[in-house]
Design a protein around this ligand. Structure first.
Ligand SMILES: [Fe+2]
Ligand SMILES: [Fe+2]
Length: 294
């Protein structure tokens, strides 16, 4: 029996997308954002300013002066950096529960999402893309479908793995065969319900490049590549790695050579330690991620 009706029904009980992150999304890549607009955004979450200050003062940004206020953070980091912090900080509530269908570590999905956000951000810089905040946000939210689908993946895990092993398919394709829908499609539906900007919805829906439509947008390809690079950086692929089929095509599309990727992975490696301040937003940031699936 198909699980699709049941999965779609469970989307009706989806919690609202955190209002702070929602409002911050509307300011991404806007040419000029005033301090008043930012104050207006963060006032919906009393705890968020503390998080913003903690992250702004972390080694990740390497500022020489200590930041004591939102205003100062805006001046020293700039609007778009600040928006990334607000979105990451605001979205944590969604990632608070484990997704055992995909990750053994309780906060595995958060860790993966932050890693992907940072990699997408670096990649956007490497490619001189103007939309670095969009890249960061899309990296952060690309796998949100897993929040809902984890339960179903857990139920059907042995069946999914049997398909992976017998047919040699990547995990997310086996997931779609067994459940009738993939985490990317569920994520796309969540993005529609939460009224995300269209572009972001597109990236979430197509980030595994399993449809030709995926190739119509640079940001989809950038997130696919960031997802792959994060795993190349040293996370355990096992049977569950991503499909590499689109890799050569995407490299060609961006005119990237192996040398460029090596440099990128080196940059990622050096900012990795400092970036742990983001992992701390949802608690345990020290456990090792294992068993990434899809
Ligand atoms: Fe995915
Ligand atoms: Fe992913």
């Amino acid at each position: 029996m198909s699980l699709i009706p049941q999965i779609l029904r469970s989307l009706k009980h989806l919690p609202p997308f955190p209002v702070v992150a929602q409002r911050a999304l509307t300011l991404v890549n806007q040419p000029e954002v005033s301090i008043e607009e930012l104050v207006e955004v963060v006032k919906f979450d009393p705890g968020i300013t503390a998080n913003i200050l903690r992250i702004s003062n972390s080694a990740y940004f390497g500022l020489r002066r200590e930041i004591h206020s939102l205003h100062q953070a805006l001046l020293l980091l700039g609007t778009q950096e600040l928006l990334k912090i607000i979105i990451a900080s605001g979205a944590t509530r969604l990632f608070a529960n484990g997704t055992p269908g995909y990750f053994q570590e309780h906060h595995g999905l958060w860790r993966h999402s932050i890693s992907c956000a940072l990699m997408a951000d670096l990649l956007a810089r490497e490619l001189a893309a103007t939309e670095r905040t969009t890249a960061f946000t899309a990296g952060l939210l690309h796998d949100i479908g897993k929040i809902v689908l984890s339960l179903y993946v857990e139920q059907k895990f042995s069946q999914i793995m049997a398909v992976v092993e017998k047919r040699g398919l990547p995990f997310q394709q086996a997931e779609k065969l067994v459940l009738g829908i993939s985490h990317a499609e569920v994520g796309g539906e969540m993005a529609r319900i939460w009224d995300f900007p269209n572009r972001l919805r597109l990236v979430i829906h197509y980030h595994h490049l399993d449809r030709p439509e995926a190739f119509s947008d640079d940001m989809v390809l950038l997130i696919y590549l960031a997802d792959l690079l994060v795993m190349m950086f040293g996370q355990d692929l096992g049977n569950e790695g991503l499909a590499y089929d689109g890799f050569p095509q995407v490299l060609h599309h961006f005119n990237l050579r192996e040398r460029d990727l090596e440099r990128l992975l080196m940059h990622f490696g050096s900012s990795w330690g400092e970036a742990k301040v983001f992992f701390g937003l949802v608690g345990d940031g020290h456990a090792v991620q294992r068993a990434h699936r899809g």
